[in-house]
Design a protein around this ligand. Structure first.
Ligand SMILES: NC(=O)c1ccc[n+]([C@@H]2O[C@H](COP(=O)([O-])OP(=O)(O)OC[C@H]3O[C@@H](n4cnc5c(N)ncnc54)[C@H](O)[C@@H]3O)[C@@H](O)[C@H]2O)c1
Length: 310
């Protein structure tokens, strides 16, 4: 394994990024964070990092990469709200395509040894097929968010082929756990229900609640990123459990864990919502040695405990 001394984490004040930063600090790697704090928070920031409040689209961010010359870059900063991307595709593309290219191209020029990009598996594959989807499933990004993630992946492939930068794309399923935001984007149903049921606020299930997703606890997501850094691999990997869990099941489990005893209430379905999703991560198992370790009931318990302390 190459010895990495310095890392740059974009989006390091966000939910997943801040846990990645913590894991890098535990490995005694010097960490720089670029984040504009649009959805992230200083509260999430590890005290041992060098923080740069910047947007990834800003030329100053590229200049910083050129100056720092980090050994490894984890690029997580993104506009993560699919609905916002539908309402305003240019703004989404500015951050998710141009921002990624700004950081990736500067990284390639700066001689970054490895560039790890956090992409989306949930949004990438056509929901007309039967999940779980492997990386071989022909991608069919529907939302501008997914189109931007796919475009960013293709630019990374260019930086790899033409400039020789080693790149890894991790297509995540639905992450959940402590520090997940309660609003916007991936504001996962788990964090929203946990917060509502702890606070005895009314929780509403969208539609019939039979929509399924593949939920992965944040420590397993972090482990996938660490393995992507440590193993001599490049390419695209799905990161998911392959298991589908529906919203009704989540509601009942969190209701029980919080002792809230709320009745199930169903509201209107979200238009255009994918009904089923799960990822086949056998490639990650083979090449990265990655497997999710935290079972859903254990992860839910940890998440509810964390939210109940807020
Ligand atoms: N959470 C999930 O289930 C999930 C699933 C698939 C992919 N992802 C991807 O993982 C990454 C992290 O997502 P998250 O769930 O931790 O969300 P998050 O909102 O907590 O993290 C995103 C971070 O990026 C920062 N940011 C946004 N725009 C920026 C900009 N222009 N310049 C600098 N910083 C900016 C935000 O302030 C925030 O700290 C994203 O790229 C997201 O698309 C997440």
């Amino acid at each position: 394994m190459p010895k990495y001394k310095t890392a740059l984490v974009t989006g390091g004040a966000g939910f997943i990024g801040s846990h990645i930063v913590d894991a890098l600090v535990r490995r005694h790697i010097k960490v720089h964070v670029i984040d504009d704090l649009s959805t992230g928070s200083r509260k999430n920031l590890n005290p041992n990092v060098a923080f740069h409040k910047l947007s990834v689209v800003d030329p100053a961010a590229a200049q910083l990469v050129a100056k720092l010359k980090p050994d490894v870059v984890f690029h997580l900063a993104a506009q993560i709200d699919v609905r916002c991307s539908v309402e305003d595709p240019p703004s989404d593309a500015r951050v998710n395509i141009m921002g990624t290219l700004n950081i990736a191209h500067a990284s390639a020029k700066a001689g970054v040894k490895k560039f790890i990009f956090t992409s989306s598996g949930g949004a990438m594959y056509p929901d007309t097929l039967r999940p779980p989807y492997s990386e071989k499933t022909l991608d069919d990004p529907l939302s501008p968010y997914a189109i931007a993630k796919r475009s960013a992946e293709m630019y990374l492939s260019f930086e790899h082929r033409i400039h020789g930068m080693k790149t890894v794309v991790l297509r995540l399923a639905n992450a959940y756990g402590p520090r997940q935001a309660l609003r916007g984007g991936y504001a996962g149903v788990i964090s929203v229900f946990a917060r509502q049921l702890i606070k005895k606020e009314k929780a509403v299930i969208n539609g019939n609640g039979k929509q399924t997703r593949d939920y992965v606890y944040v420590s397993d997501i972090v482990q996938a990123h660490m393995l992507a850094m440590e193993k001599p691999v490049t390419g695209t990997f799905n990161i998911g459990s392959g298991i589908q869990t529906d919203v009704n099941t989540l509601f009942r489990a969190i209701n029980k864990l919080t002792g809230s005893k709320q009745k199930e209430v169903h509201g209107p379905a979200c238009k255009g919502e994918v009904m089923r999703s799960a990822l086949d991560a056998r490639k990650a198992r083979r090449e990265l040695g990655w497997m999710p370790k935290v079972k859903l009931d254990e992860g839910l318990k940890k998440t509810v405990t964390w939210f109940s302390k807020l």
